[in-house]
Design a binder for this molecule. Structure first.
Ligand SMILES: [Zn+2]
Length: 114
């Protein structure tokens, strides 16, 4: 789970809370309600808003899968980790609109004092 702040179209990611995947298939994700609520509470306790979620793709392709297009939360940030052809890690960020559209977002790193 990803937390941070949002000002207009700028998302500032500043917190990550790990969630255990209770799903039994390779291309799906499920979290129990108690674990989900605890993660949201942790974000709020530390002053962060829920921005979205991150997950990885075992096949290495960091683009949204067919399952992602059906099941991910709309109006949230989704960061997908994968690897390229030479094994280097790749992170891709997307905003998912209610119309089911993924919009690629640039990822930039900033110091805490900006
Ligand atoms: Zn996915």
């Amino acid at each position: 789970m990803l937390g941070g702040s949002r000002v207009d179209a700028t998302l500032r990611l500043s917190a990550v809370v790990a969630l255990q995947n209770d799903a039994v298939c390779d291309d799906c994700f499920a979290v129990g309600p108690a674990a989900f609520a605890a993660a949201v509470t942790e974000l709020q306790r530390t002053g962060h808003d829920l921005l979205g979620f991150w997950h990885s793709h075992g096949n290495g392709d960091p683009r949204p899968s067919a399952t992602d297009r059906r099941e991910l939360w709309r109006e949230h940030l989704h960061v997908i980790a994968g690897v390229d052809a030479v094994g280097a890690e790749r992170l891709c960020a997307y905003w998912l609109d209610t119309d089911l559209g993924f919009h690629a977002l640039p990822l930039t790193e900033q110091d805490d004092d900006r």
